[in-house]
Design a binder for this molecule. Structure first.
Ligand code: MTE
Ligand code: MOS
Length: 731
């Protein structure tokens, strides 16, 4: 099929195999003659390992620990920071920390032997929550203050603005853990093959795995060949975590000189994998007598867990997004990554931005209510525009189409009538939120760190293969990249080949993360196809290669975090309408309307799918997805107690887009895979809050908690408006 307008949808390349059940995921593959592996993990959140008792092992079975790492290797995984150990040595920092791997030929025997390994600990008092981490409960275990990382941002003169303020309000907003619940759980197989090891894994970033685990054996990354197998979903949960799975497998197959495989079941996966960072965000906002914002100060604390890994980068993105879609004259932001004894937190769709975006939206709505102004009207005063200064003293480069997007959402949802008609606490409410997401790596990261490369190869039969490290994980990339190449080359998409990456065959085009694959790598494919086009009809077989080039004139300083953090943002507006049962607190969502700016869309239906999924994933984070950590242990460990919304829980969405081509993207496209997650929770909470007539400053909000708010919350109608839940006068 030759493509017409690139936005017009075609059938997804992976649709038939997936819907017929023919796609084989990692645990479906035979991996014959391989041993089975099962991890022995810490059962306590913090303590010293006094002794390990290993049962007598039959021939062919072995328990492997850090002691099996060769002398020229080191026991760390490289995941941006290099602090997360592959195997615990003398101490443990979280429940689920890998202590060793039991391997052998029979799966059930491996499991039986694993359960017989007994660890004696000297237990220490854990710090589980952000507060406990900050208070150094049980003594600091990172630096002398349990702060892994921090940063500060300043725009304007905050102190002077506060001096002029008539009123200062403070508020704390909190968000919880979230589990990814990707389609299939984590799993991998490592096979020694000649001079290298081959890793087969369900993963987002094959090159990350090779870089992260090869130092375990003191070998170079090219000696660990990673082949991604079909990945049904990842959402950030398979960005770095596959290293934690593949690392012990690599050491085990080095020791056993055989292939070793390991697949988690759902319970093991939920209990022992990374989560979204819980957050606690403090605001201090200075207002003039009419309620205009003079300055906003924020302190953003993320629960990092036991090891830093990629969390500083997550925290940075969170801090850069704390001003949301607004322009404030004076702002000061402090970010703190707090060490606790929970499973290390990691990437999750939005990468730190959803927490701060939820916080600023909710805080702005609360200030509006304080002055009796509709939140929409209040927020409209501050909408950021092209050329405005950002939280990092850069400027917005592109046109911001929030007014146009808002118009679409207002019209479809009938927001203005409903907002007026549904009185505070009337059992009905409509809420609205504004959000964005900076596309690709922050600042000069693409240029300085990633340096993406991509190749196109033409075969004599006219077929063209895309060679890059990007992965399909449900977001549609196996269709998107071939569509771009086919469109430029004016050939049928069936002639374009794009396979799951194998690091020994493809150049490193960077991770499939930060919503960068279409925006950055898609542009490399577009440019490579343009280079190929002139020669396509005259040369039988050849290869072209493109490298990332950063537009000039948009400086970024990664030591001070100053400058142009992002050249192109995705933008979003979302409205949610709810009805709350006055007896039970049960919330029924009556409507969901959204508009998004993803530039010129490469395939409307795929993007529509991203919106449907992302918006509901955000609603789950804001409502039903309760993940508690009690004493270091996750309490919800299955899909019957960790409640992920299904298509029965929310109504059909009305989805709009605006056309805003991005000057550096392929066909004008930019990133939108994470954007669509970033705003629905705030709109939902705004709606529920109006329906029950109570301020809500923390998520998730399951039905049980709606009841609590209804019974015990502070009602704005009855109380002094300056004495509200979470909002107190500071002056
Ligand atoms: N959509 C599906 N179906 N499955 C996923 O795992 N991951 C999200 C988003 N959409 C994900 C998804 C995340 S976390 C990111 S960073 C982007 O897709 C990555 O895809 P892109 O680089 O192609 O934009
Ligand atoms: Mo996405 S959280 O950047 O994998």
């Amino acid at each position: 099929m030759v493509i017409g307008d690139i936005s017009k949808s075609i059938r997804r390349v992976d649709a038939v195999a997936k819907s017929e059940g023919k796609t084989r995921y990692v645990a479906d593959l035979p991996f014959e003659n391989c041993l089975w592996g099962r991890l022995v993990r810490s059962s306590i959140p913090r303590g010293l390992i006094k002794s390990i008792h290993v049962p007598d092992l039959p021939e062919g079975y072995r328990f492997i620990t850090y002691k099996d790492i060769p002398e020229n290797g080191h026991n760390y995984l490289h995941m941006i920071a290099t602090d997360w150990k592959c195997f615990a040595e003398n101490d443990v920092r979280y429940v689920g920390e890998t202590i060793g791997i039991m391997v052998g030929p029979d799966k059930d025997t491996v499991e039986r032997l694993r359960l017989q390994v007994k660890i004696d600990y000297e237990e220490q008092t854990p710090a589980v929550t952000i507060d406990e981490g900050l208070q150094c409960k049980g003594g600091a275990f990172v630096n002398d203050n349990n702060i892994f990382c921090q940063l500060k941002l300043d725009v304007g003169d905050v102190d002077k603005a506060f001096e002029k303020a008539d009123r200062i309000v403070t508020e704390t907003i909190e968000t919880g853990f979230q589990e990814h619940i990707y389609l299939e759980t984590n799993g991998a197989c490592c096979i020694p093959e000649g001079d290298h090891y081959t890793i087969y894994a369900s993963a987002q970033c094959p090159f990350y795995i090779a870089k992260s685990i090869s130092p375990l054996l003191g070998i170079t990354p090219d000696k660990v060949v990673v082949k991604q197998v079909a990945t049904g979903g990842a959402f950030g949960g398979k960005e770095h975590f596959p290293d934690v799975v593949a690392g012990p497998l690599l050491v085990a197959s080095y020791v056993m000189k055989k292939g070793v495989k390991m697949f988690f079941d759902r319970e093991e996966d939920i209990e022992n994998s990374v989560k979204r960072h819980p957050s606690k965000i403090f605001f201090r906002t200075g207002l003039d007598k009419d309620g205009n914002i003079l300055a906003i100060e924020s302190k953003i604390c993320y629960n990092v867990g036991g090891y830093l890994a990629s969390s500083f980068v997550v925290l940075q993105r969170g801090c850069f997004h704390v001003t949301g879609c607004y322009r404030f004259p004076n702002m000061r932001t402090q970010g703190l990554g707090v060490a606790t004894n929970t499973f290390p937190s990691c990437a999750f769709r939005g990468f730190g931005a959803p927490q701060t975006l939820f916080a600023i939206e909710t805080h702005m709505s609360h200030i509006a209510e304080l002055y009796g102004i509709d939140p929409l009207e209040y927020k409209s005063r501050y909408f950021i525009k092209q050329g405005d200064v950002t939280s990092t003293n850069g400027r917005i480069v592109e046109r911001v189409m929030i007014p146009e997007m808002l118009e679409q959402v207002l019209k479809a949802s009938d927001y203005k009538r409903k907002a007026k008609e549904y009185k505070w606490g009337s059992g009905r409410g409509i809420g609205i939120s504004f959000y964005n997401h900076g596309g690709a790596f922050t600042g000069n990261g693409e240029q300085a760190i990633i340096k993406a490369k991509c190749r196109l190869h033409k075969f004599p039969n006219g077929n063209v293969e895309i060679l890059c490290g990007q992965t399909e994980m449900g977001q549609g990339l196996q269709t998107i990249l071939p569509k771009i190449a086919a469109q430029v080359l004016e050939i049928p998409i069936e002639k374009v080949i794009f396979q799951n990456p194998d690091t020994s065959r493809v150049p490193d085009s960077g991770p499939t993360a930060a919503s960068r694959s279409t925006m950055i790598v898609g542009e490399l494919v577009e440019r490579a196809a343009l280079l190929m086009k002139d020669r396509y009809n005259t040369e039988t077989e050849f290869t072209v290669e493109t490298n990332y080039q950063h537009p000039e004139g948009y400086p970024w300083d990664q030591t001070t975090f100053q400058g142009y953090a992002y050249l192109g943002y995705g933008w979003g507006v979302c409205a949610v309408e709810v009805e709350v049962d006055p007896c039970t607190g049960e919330v029924t969502t009556k409507g969901i309307w959204s508009s998004h700016d993803g530039g010129h869309l490469i395939d409307e239906k795929i993007v529509h799918g991203q919106v449907n999924g992302g918006v509901v994933q955000g609603l789950g984070w804001g409502s039903t997805e309760v993940m508690q950590n009690i004493g270091g242990h996750f309490k919800q460990t299955s899909l019957s107690d960790y409640i992920v919304p299904t298509s029965m829980d929310f109504p059909k969405q009305e989805v709009f887009f605006v056309e805003n081509p991005y000057q550096w993207g392929p066909f004008g496209a930019k990133g939108m895979g994470e954007l669509v997650f970033n705003g629905s929770a705030a709109a939902y909470i705004d709606a529920v809050s109006r329906a029950i007539g109570k301020r809500i400053s923390s998520i998730p909000l399951p039905t049980e908690d709606v009841m609590l708010y209804m019974l015990h919350g502070v009602n704005i109608d009855e109380k002094d408006k300056t004495d509200l839940t979470g909002v107190k006068e500071a002056k």
